[in-house]
Design a protein around this ligand. Structure first.
Ligand code: GLN
Length: 543
């Protein structure tokens, strides 16, 4: 089948959930058994997200093939429940570096290389190639930023050109403001933004309106009138607690039927697929369950988006266990300057230390891990959280004073975490870490095995430093369990405590967690947290 396209473009302001809208449209089409994937264009000149600070950009999401991409890809994969390749992430950096390479090779010999047609043609070619390679019925295309930005203008122009030859549906995601004091929604900003879109030659087929409260009819009518579209094509997407409900909300408004009609599709809904999603997002039962409190102790806490996949993985696992989740986001520096603060952790049923880079806040995380180990609070360490688990063990159990990672102290006497030789000669920072899916062998009889119930598993990675094999024996002799390694045994992938539940993994299992497929390690961690809570409350039941 010839691929059809649904383009999602923002207007007025960014950060209003374009990624969720894109993923939700993909999801509703997949309820009808169409083969759908999503791609994204980002206007920055970085080649990929690998060198960006999570404080500025949110989480760097890692794909199976090792691509370091925008966090929206996490949303796509979680909704669509399929792996997406790096080719689906286009940036200005990628496009222009290819254009320059082609120019140097002589591909444009004799010509002056221009945005139109050379850059726009390259974009169209890329879109068509991935659609064909993946045999897609529909490709969702999300455009980063908003219409009118300098950075994405040429990309939007390419999409306009694409729409002249192919079936392209344009969806505009925008924001309807509400004046609190007056208690009234206003459509004027949306109308003005609409004009901007029309200036670039695009009339949206649908307008998805984010707002604080449900969209009132009058506003819908007004926006529809100025957009030359039917009132039903104005989709209400007011604030929601559970993002996984958005596809259902779209269905309630008949968005699925209208889209299928536009695309010329006539499949019937796959009731089984639809009902299983519905069941999954309907978390009513959890409301009767007791809350489990998980402390996430990290260094990028001030921007929650930095840990988007960790949060979602916790949500998926809690959902599976029917537990109500309360996450406490704690800035690790709090435990560094004032050791008393550590007692805050007494309120929690589990402690999680996520990934991170650089030395700020490290000792605070180590203090939190020590607290979890000595007070038998279930612990999960992800990447940096595993490295610090090993360092804490070396310092406090093996008494290797000053044990550290060479990332934080190059001159430490005990290099528990260190660069592998292959990493030492690397100068470039972009795409040079250990990245993407790596297989590991899991030792039977361990908690890690209990979680995965498999000998051979695969998780995604993104790190430069590794557990130093010189200390394997010493730490093992002192009771630390090495519960998983790479398949050749050369790199430590999982460690755990012997006397209470605590697992650290060099991987990032959060990247593979999906509502329909929660990450085993997160499920196990929350199971242990529930047990801990039951014990703490002296026999009362939280199941
Ligand atoms: N900074 C550590 C490393 O590079 C951990 C990275 C991470 O947590 N993703 O190895």
């Amino acid at each position: 089948m010839q691929t059809k396209y649904v383009v999602v473009m923002g207007s007025l302001l960014s950060g209003i959930g374009k990624g969720i809208v894109t993923a939700s449209i993909a999801k509703i089409l997949s309820f009808y058994n169409y083969n759908v994937l999503a791609m994204k264009f980002d206007g920055y000149l970085n080649y990929d997200c690998g060198t960006m600070n999570p404080f500025r950009h949110g989480e760097v999401f890692v794909l199976e093939d090792g691509g370091e991409v925008d966090m929206d890809f996490g949303t796509y994969e979680r909704f669509i429940n399929k792996n997406i390749s790096s080719k689906f992430s286009l940036t200005s950096g990628k496009i222009f570096s290819e254009i320059i390479q082609k120019e140097r090779k002589g591909d444009y010999l004799g010509m002056d290389v221009q945005i139109i047609p050379h850059v726009t043609n390259l974009i169209i070619e890329k879109i068509k190639t991935i659609s064909k390679e993946n045999n897609l019925d529909v490709l969702l295309i999300e455009v980063g930023g908003t219409v009118g930005d300098l950075e994405n203008g040429y990309f939007i122009e390419a999409l306009r050109q694409l729409s002249l030859k192919e079936k392209v549906i344009f969806v505009n995601v925008t924001y309807v403001m509400e004046l609190k004091k007056v208690g009234e929604q206003k459509s004027k900003p949306v109308q003005l933004a609409l004009k901007r879109m029309m200036e670039v030659g695009i009339s949206p087929n649908y307008i998805v309106c984010r707002s604080e409260t449900p969209l009132n009819k009058n506003i819908k009518q007004k926006i529809a009138f100025f957009a030359n579209i039917d009132e039903n094509a104005i989709i209400d997407n007011h604030d929601i607690d559970n993002i996984y409900e958005v596809p259902l909300r779209f269905l309630d408004q008949g968005f699925d039927k209208m889209l299928l009609n536009d695309l010329g599709f006539n499949n019937k809904i796959d009731e089984e697929k639809f009902n299983s999603w519905k069941k999954l997002v309907n978390r009513e039962e959890e409301k009767n369950k007791k809350e489990i409190k998980i402390a996430v102790v990290g260094k990028y806490i001030n921007l929650k988006d930095s840990y988007a996949s960790v949060k979602e993985a916790l949500v998926h696992a809690a959902n599976k266990l029917g537990a109500k989740l309360d996450i406490g986001w704690i800035e690790s520096e709090e435990f560094e300057n004032n050791k008393e603060n550590i007692n805050k952790l007494a309120d929690y049923d589990g402690v999680l230390v996520p990934g991170g880079f650089g030395s700020r806040g490290i000792n605070g995380m180590i203090n939190a891990i020590e607290y979890a180990r000595t007070n038998k609070v279930p612990y999960l360490g992800l990447c940096l959280g595993m490295q610090l688990m090993a360092i804490e063990y070396a310092r406090n159990v093996c008494k290797l004073e000053g044990a550290d990672s060479t990332e934080f102290n190059e001159n430490t006497k005990y290099k528990i975490i260190d660069l592998m030789n292959e990493q030492k000669s690397i100068i470039n920072k972009g795409a040079t870490m250990r990245l993407g899916g790596w297989e590991a062998l899991i030792k039977e009889g361990t908690s890690t095995y209990d979680a995965y119930k498999a000998n051979r598993i695969s998780e995604r990675h993104r790190h430069r430093y590794e557990f130093n094999n010189e200390y394997r024996k010493l730490l093992e002799d002192n009771g630390l369990i090495i519960s998983g390694t790479t398949t050749d045994g050369s790199l430590v992938e999982f460690i755990e405590w012997r006397d209470s539940f605590g697992i650290g993994t060099q991987a990032h299992p959060e990247f593979k967690s999906r509502p329909e497929n929660p990450a085993p390690l997160f499920v196990k961690f929350l199971e242990e947290a529930i047990k801990k809570k039951v014990k703490r409350e002296d026999g009362s039941i939280s199941e």
